[in-house]
Design a protein around this ligand. Structure first.
Ligand code: FEO
Ligand code: CA
Ligand code: CA
Ligand code: CA
Length: 629
C-alpha cells in the first residue's frame, strides 16, 4: 500500500520537481513548426491556413480590438501563498459544503476527529470534491459532485498512518468516495444544502450499477459475483464530469487501477489480462489496501474486476433510486472528464482525455441524433470511438477505432482502448485532463497538464513520445492548452485545425521554451492546467493542479488557482487562489448564472475551519449579485 497523504496525492508526482531535465531544444525549432510565432507574440495563437472558417462569432474580433476592451469584469489578483481563498474585489465566497457535512439529519454531528461512525459514512458529503454539474429540475436546484479519492490519514485518524485496520475502515473509505447528488437552495445567508431532500444521494464504491453497451457481458467483464458481466458495484476514482443535453450527469473513472491489489504476488493471469494490467497500471500493491479486507479488489481472486472500472458512468440526478449505468461505448481508460457537444445534425459527441503520460485524446460520436423527448438509452453506446492525431502543420484528424483499423474485436477495443489507440497511431499527449467546448463557437480545448516523460521515455504501450506538434517540450513541467476547430464547424467532422491556446511557463526564470507563450507573464503565472470550463459568454476558466512551492521553476506561481482566458485575445487573468496545498478543481454555475461553484480539493493547510483540512465546495458571487458566467 502506498503512503499517500494530502500533500502528495496529486497525480503530479512530487519527484517531478527533482527530475533531471535534458537540455531543451531551441524554442523556435521546437515550436515554430506547429505554431504561428506571430500569433504568440500578439498574445494570440492563430489557427493554421486551413482554418478558413475563422471569422465567425467571437473570433471575428481582431486581437487589437479585443485587447483594448478586456472582457474581464474584475481586477486580476496576485499570486498567494497563504492558507485562504482569495477572490477579486467586488466578489465574495461562502462555504457550500465540506467533507463530512450531513446530507441527512441522521448524520448530524458526524465527528471527523475520530473518523466518524461507519454506519453514517454514506450519509455525509464525501471527500476530495472534484468535477461537478448543476441541474435545474422542476424548480429544484440540484448539484452532482465527484469525490475522487480518500485522504486516509485524515479520513481514518484512529488508524496508524491511515492504514485500514479492518473491514470497517475499508468500508468507510469506500463510502466517502464516488458521487454526491444533493439539492441546494439560496437564502439570505447564501447557498446551502436542503438536508433530507428526496434528491440527496450518495453513490459510492458499493452502489449497484448496470454495465451497458458493446462490451457488456463480455467474458473479460464476468466475475463470480456477476457471471453475466452486466452489473457491477460502485464507481471508482471519480475525477472530472460531464452533463448530457437530456439532463443526466456523467462521472468519469480515472485512476481506478490503484484500487486493486493481489494477495498473491505470483498470481498468473491470461495474456490479455496481463497485458491490460501492464498498460493500465494494475499492480500487486494497491493504494488503499482494499484487497486485504474486500476480496472483490483482490485480483488473484477476481482478475476481471479491474476491467469493470475505468468507464464513464451516467447518473440521473433527478431520481435518487435510479441505477447508474457504465457506458462501455465510451471506452475504458483513465477518464478525466466527458465534454458533450452536439454535432450539426444532432449526433452526440463526447470529448474525453486519458490522463496518463503519453496517452491519448478521444472522442465518441453517436450513430443516432439526440431528439428531445426520445429514448436516450443507447446514444452513448451506439457510435464510433476515435483517437486524435495531430499533425505538425496544425491540422489533425480523428482516427476511428474499429475492428478494421485496430485488428481487435469491437468489445476489446472498448475494454483495452489504449491498445486500440496505439494500433492506429494516435498522437501521444502530455496527460490530457479536462476538455471544454465552447457554447458560442464550434471549438474545443484540452488541458495538457504536464509530462515529465515527454521525450524521455515511451508510454506503457511502448509508443514513441518524442516532442510533437501540440506537445512540443521535452520533460514538460508546466503544461499547455491545445485548442481545435472541427472542419465545417461540425463536432462530428473527422478533420480539424488546431493551435496552442497557451503554453504555461515561467518567463521570470527561463528564457527558453520554459518561459511559456506570450500570453504568460509575471502577473498570471500558473502551471499544470487541469480543470476547465467555458462559460455562456465564451470565456475559458482554467483551474490548476500544479506545484505550489512558489520557488525556483515555480517562483511567482503561488498556490493553485483559477484563471480566466479570453479565447479571442489570448489574455489570461488570475481570478481566484486556493489555500496552500490544495488543488482547485470542479466548476459549475447556478442556473441563474449569478453563482459559480468551485471545488477546493485536499487543502494542505487547516482550511477552512482551522482544524482538520476539509475538501469543500465554495460558492462565489459578485457582491452586486451580477452575472458570473
Ligand atoms: Fe483526477 Fe487527471 O485528474
Ligand atoms: Ca486531483
Ligand atoms: Ca484533474
Ligand atoms: Ca491533475
Amino acid at each position: 500500500m502506498k503512503d499517500l497523504d494530502p500533500t502528495n496525492m496529486s497525480a503530479d508526482d512530487w519527484d517531478e520537481l527533482h527530475f533531471p531535465r535534458p537540455e531543451e531544444n531551441d524554442f523556435d525549432q521546437v515550436v515554430e513548426s506547429a505554431i504561428s510565432r506571430r500569433g504568440f507574440l500578439a498574445g494570440v495563437v492563430a489557427f493554421g491556413s486551413g482554418a478558413a472558417a475563422i471569422g465567425t462569432g467571437l473570433l471575428s474580433s481582431t486581437s487589437a480590438q479585443a485587447v483594448e476592451a478586456s472582457r474581464f469584469a474584475f481586477t486580476p489578483i496576485p499570486a498567494q501563498t497563504d492558507g485562504q481563498v482569495h477572490v477579486p474585489e467586488g466578489y465574495e465566497w461562502k462555504m457550500l459544503m465540506r467533507w463530512g457535512d450531513p446530507l441527512f439529519s441522521e448524520a448530524d454531528g458526524y465527528d471527523l476527529t475520530d473518523g466518524g461512525p461507519v454506519e453514517r459514512s454514506d450519509k455525509i458529503f464525501g471527500e476530495n470534491t472534484d468535477g461537478m454539474e448543476t441541474f435545474s429540475y422542476q424548480g429544484h436546484e440540484l448539484i452532482a459532485i465527484n469525490h475522487e479519492y480518500p485522504n486516509r490519514k485524515i479520513n481514518l485518524p484512529a488508524s496508524q498512518d491511515g492504514v485500514p485496520a479492518g473491514a470497517d475502515d475499508v468500508l468507510k473509505l469506500q463510502n466517502i468516495q464516488g458521487v454526491t447528488v444533493m439539492e441546494i437552495t439560496e437564502g439570505p445567508e447564501g447557498w446551502s444544502i436542503v438536508k433530507d431532500s428526496p434528491f440527496n444521494r450518495r453513490i459510492h464504491h458499493n452502489t449497484p450499477m448496470k454495465i451497458a453497451g458493446p462490451a457488456a457481458g463480455h467474458a473479460l467483464l464476468r466475475t463470480q459475483a456477476d457471471p453475466t458481466g452486466t452489473t457491477s458495484l460502485g464507481t471508482l476514482n471519480n475525477c472530472g464530469a460531464g452533463k448530457t443535453p437530456w439532463g443526466t450527469y456523467l462521472t468519469c473513472e480515472e485512476n481506478f487501477n490503484g484500487y486493486f491489489g493481489s494477495s498473491d504476488e505470483n498470481a498468473s493471469y491470461d495474456q490479455k489480462t496481463t497485458d491490460g494490467f501492464k498498460r493500465y497500471g494494475v499492480k500487486a500493491e494497491s493504494w488503499n489496501g482494499y484487497e486485504l479486507f474486500d476480496p472483490r479488489f483482490d485480483t488473484s481472486k477476481n482478475p476481471n474486476e479491474p476491467h469493470r472500472a475505468g468507464w464513464i458512468v451516467e447518473i440521473d440526478p433527478t431520481k435518487s433510486d435510479s441505477t447508474p449505468v457504465k457506458h462501455t461505448g465510451l471506452g475504458r481508460f483513465k477518464h478525466e472528464n466527458a465534454e458533450v457537444a452536439l454535432a450539426a445534425d444532432g449526433r452526440v459527441v463526447v470529448y474525453m482525455g486519458d490522463d496518463e503520460r503519453g496517452e491519448y485524446l478521444y472522442k465518441f460520436v453517436s450513430n443516432a441524433a439526440y431528439v428531445q423527448g426520445d429514448d436516450t438509452g443507447n446514444l452513448l453506446n451506439d457510435g464510433t470511438l476515435y483517437v486524435a492525431k495531430f499533425n505538425d502543420d496544425m491540422t489533425g484528424e480523428w482516427l476511428p477505432l474499429t475492428p478494421e483499423t485496430t485488428g481487435m474485436d469491437a468489445a476489446e477495443i472498448l475494454i483495452f482502448t489504449r491498445m486500440a489507440a496505439s494500433a492506429v497511431g494516435g498522437t501521444t499527449m502530455d496527460r490530457p485532463e479536462w476538455v471544454a467546448s465552447s457554447p458560442v463557437t464550434v471549438e474545443a480545448y484540452c488541458c495538457l497538464t504536464n509530462n515529465k516523460n515527454r521525450g524521455v521515455k515511451p508510454n506503457a504501450g511502448g509508443d514513441d513520445t518524442s516532442a510533437n506538434g501540440p506537445n512540443p517540450r521535452d520533460a514538460n513541467k508546466y503544461g499547455q492548452i491545445v485548442r481545435w476547430r472541427p472542419a465545417d464547424e461540425d463536432h462530428a467532422a473527422t478533420d480539424f485545425d488546431w493551435d496552442l491556446y497557451v503554453m504555461a511557463g515561467n518567463p521570470t526564470v527561463h528564457s527558453d521554451n520554459r518561459a511559456g507563450s506570450a500570453n504568460v507573464n509575471e502577473g498570471n503565472l500558473f502551471n499544470s492546467p487541469d480543470g476547465m470550463a467555458i462559460d455562456s459568454t465564451g470565456l475559458v476558466w482554467i483551474q490548476t493542479d500544479g506545484k505550489d512551492n512558489n520557488e525556483e521553476d515555480f517562483a511567482g506561481n503561488g498556490n493553485n488557482q483559477m484563471l480566466v482566458g479570453d479565447p479571442v485575445t489570448g489574455e489570461i487573468a488570475r481570478f481566484m487562489t486556493g489555500p496552500k496545498g490544495c488543488e482547485v478543481t470542479g466548476l459549475a454555475w447556478s442556473s441563474d448564472l449569478r453563482t459559480m461553484f468551485v471545488g477546493i480539493q485536499h487543502p494542505g493547510s487547516n482550511w477552512p475551519d482551522g482544524g482538520t483540512p476539509r475538501s469543500s465546495v465554495i460558492a462565489i458571487k459578485r457582491t452586486d449579485n451580477g452575472l458570473v458566467g
